[in-house]
Design a protein around this ligand. Sequence first.
Ligand code: FES
Length: 362
Amino acid sequence: MSSNHDLTPATSSAPAHGDASTDVARRESGPLPERFENPGLPPHVDRLADTDPKAAKRAERQVAFLFLLSIVGTVLTITAYFAIPLRDQSEEQILFWSNLLLGLGIAFALGGIGFGAVHWAKTLMPDHEVVEERHSIDGTPEEQADAAQILRDGVGESGIGRRPLIRNTLIGAAALAPLPAVLLLKDTGPNPEGVLAETIWTGGTRLVTDPTGDPIRATDLVVGQVVHVQPAGIEEADHFLDEKAKAAVLLIRLEPEEVAPEAVEGSYGGIVAYSKICTHMGCPVALYEQQTHHLLCPCHQTTFDVLQNCKVIFGPGKRPLPQLPISVDDEGYLVATDGFDGTVGPSYWELERDRTRIEEEA
Ligand code: FES
């Protein structure tokens, strides 16, 4: 839609005060006109499809072809998604074909609708220039009724009622196009399937400092001290980095009477050990406020109260940090007496099911 609004001189092109050469030019050409002349609209030029019914039919078929292409793209995406199941160990060749077919499918699905709509508008929809005078933004009820009527006329003129081929293929393409997006929701991440529920900690594993790997005597810790801890021998574990990430622990020495009643059994002489992995989204909880005994996750500020067995007292986290039960071995070094008393890391939908399965297997 074009407009024949009167144009006023752009302020940015006004000469700067004190510019001598511009002042001279202005004196010679006289004062600036108040308003520019309206150049008017160029004459309307009909398109081929406006005058040739055959061209219009051809354009209609092209639009329908593009919408059909979109349908094919959507079907291709869905078929490729199910026909090429991906596993962690999938070969590179399989990944290549999966990515290629999914990419092409989505490109055709969305591109078909987009190009079809543009081609439809450019070749078949009316392109008469329309003049609209500038007016105040608020429309009167009559103007609003006019606008609604224009909209209705536009729908009528688009020919969607008269061109069932375009209408039906567009409806088909638009209805199917969102399906790949819904499908891809299924791939928002692997199912943890107990991966988080089991860590390398077992009864008898020594607690060693992270990263130096030194064993820790209970008598070495003073009240208020915090130590970052990992299991001894973690370097030899399969998937070393995964296991290390899950097994990270914070060791804190409290006064024995400060330990929460439910945590006493898993503590040793006021020393408590908790998972360092935030139960919100898995960031390391590494900020300990010695005065308040709060552990703070820097990512979204979930705050755990050590004196309440690391219960969440603030923030988006929902579960307490799992406790690692500890004691000392014959040489006085701290050891775990079992695995964590809960699943480490963020919650996930299958958490309860995994916990039940592990308890049944134990
Ligand atoms: S990951 Fe810890 S608060 Fe979000």
